[in-house]
Ligand binder design. Structure first.
Ligand code: PLP
Length: 443
């Protein structure tokens, strides 16, 4: 056998070779079709092979694909920055473009720290995050992440940032009931701030809905209003990591709109270019920029490809497509349909412990025993087995296992927002077959 050169996620795993994509389907070089039930990694929001995006890409490439941001600005980058600010109901955001979600959250952290430095408050340089969170794979972003499995190897190199309890009602960290808990999980932030001292804290970062580190966990009603109120009272900036939830995925352009909260900084990625080209952004509210504008006048961050016109033109075309086809509304209505179908499925499958999420960002948690929510042992590899079975049947879903201190089984179901009801029916059918086969193996 010929030796390999490409480092793939699992080195001895035989990955099929993709040939092309159309709508919600991907096809390999053997002609096999795969229903893209999680938009890759919750990325391909408008589906594959959309001609309008390819046209926008070609048109921009025929003018100029790359300029260095220290030498030129470009029309697509300027337009995209304005468009994103206009889309956020609160408005008044600046945009800093990067290439990945990790860079977007890490840049948000740096801007938050710089904001306080420009005000002469040099001690405010810690970022609080939550257990069960994922903000990216680079060292700064990983330092802010509570994803046990992804951190494990690098712990000695990571910044020791504080963490607070996740808003995980299915397994409440305080063993309380969502109806009467008085949002103890939000108040845990205040406890941490008092312990550490607000004078040491630049920001708090959180995903509107916990993605990879939990499987579409939606916080209880009122959680983010309380969080923002605590942050404001202690002069701590609130960073919303909307890398997974942003750009229509949850039924609104931004996940935080459901909570009526305007973050001080927002990280975007994934759906921003719907996977057509690497593109991500850090949005920064006017008041956060103000001391920088009056002070050093320069954000100390950036990458060679930041704000390249090619990616900006693609993102603009993606946003136009989302608006023209009303895909935020589609995410809402099709999300309701998919959620109902998954809940129906859960009725007949006892290893489904919880079905949750919002819009077309849904999660399923698997348990050994539904009554006491007992988890499977990590060695049983339940999530991987379900994903593998689904894959062989031609259905792609996304793993969110190991969220609870390395244990726990969950998947994310988040198809492109253009999915039809008939395609949702097929998705659920294939998923049911996969889960039942794993369940039969356990019997
Ligand atoms: N933040 C969240 C909420 C994510 O889900 C991810 C990726 O899964 C990231 C950040 C990191 O994004 P990227 O993989 O593009 O670096």
């Amino acid at each position: 056998m010929e030796r390999e050169h490409l480092i793939k996620p699992v080195l001895d795993h035989p990955y099929p070779t993709v040939q092309y994509g159309k709508g919600v389907f991907l096809y390999d070089d053997q002609g096999k079709a795969y229903l893209d039930g999680a938009s890759g990694a919750v990325t391909a929001g408008i589906g594959h092979g959309v001609p309008e995006i390819i046209e926008a890409m070609t048109e921009q490439a025929s003018k100029v694909s790359f300029v260095y941001r220290s030498q030129f600005t470009s029309e697509p980058a300027e337009k995209l920055a304005k468009k994103l600010s206009d889309l956020e109901p609160g408005g008044d955001y600046w945009a800093f473009f990067v290439n990945s979600g990790s860079e977007a959250t890490e840049t948000a952290m740096k801007i938050a720290i710089q904001h306080w430095q420009e005000k002469g408050r040099f001690g405010k340089n810690k970022v609080i995050s939550r257990r069960m969170s994922y903000h990216g794979i680079t060292m700064g972003a990983l330092s802010m992440s509570g994803h046990v499995l992804r951190r494990r190897r690098f712990i000695p190199l990571l910044e020791d940032f504080p963490v607070v309890a996740p808003p995980y009602c299915y397994r409440c960290p305080f063993k309380l009931n969502a109806a009467s808990c008085k949002l103890a999980c939000a108040d845990d932030l205040e406890t941490a701030i008092k312990r550490i001292g607000a004078e040491h804290i630049a920001a708090f970062i959180a995903e509107p809905i916990v993605g990879a580190a939990g499987g579409a966990i939606v916080p209880p009603e009122g959680y983010y209003k309380r969080i923002k109120e605590i942050c404001d009272r202690h002069e701590i900036l609130f960073i919303a990591d909307e890398v997974m939830t942003g750009i229509a995925r949850t039924g609104e352009m931004f996940g935080m709109q459901h909570d009526g909260v305007e973050p001080d900084l927002i990280a975007l990625g994934k759906g921003l270019s719907a996977g057509y080209t690497p593109m991500a952004a850090t949005l920064v509210k006017d008041h956060v920029m103000a001391p920088i504008l009056q002070g050093s006048k320069s954000i100390m961050a950036g990458h060679t490809y930041s704000a390249n016109p090619q990616s900006a033109a693609v993102s603009l075309a993606v946003l136009d497509y989302i608006e023209k086809h009303q895909l935020a509304q589609a995410a809402q209505s099709r999300g309701v349909y998919l959620m109902a179908k998954l809940r129906q499925l859960a009725d007949g499958i006892e290893i489904i412990g919880d079905v949750r999420g919002r819009g077309l960002l849904l999660g399923i948690e698997f348990v050994r025993n539904r009554d006491d929510k007992e988890m499977f042992p990590p060695a049983a590899g339940i999530t991987a087995r379900i994903i593998d079975k689904a894959f062989h049947k031609g259905l792609l879903v996304y793993p969110a296992a190991g969220a609870v201190d390395g244990a726990g089984d969950a998947i994310i179901v988040a198809p492109p927002l253009v999915i039809t009801e008939a395609e949702i029916d097929l998705l659920v059918l294939l998923l049911e077959e996969a889960v039942r086969e794993v369940m039969d193996e356990l019997a």
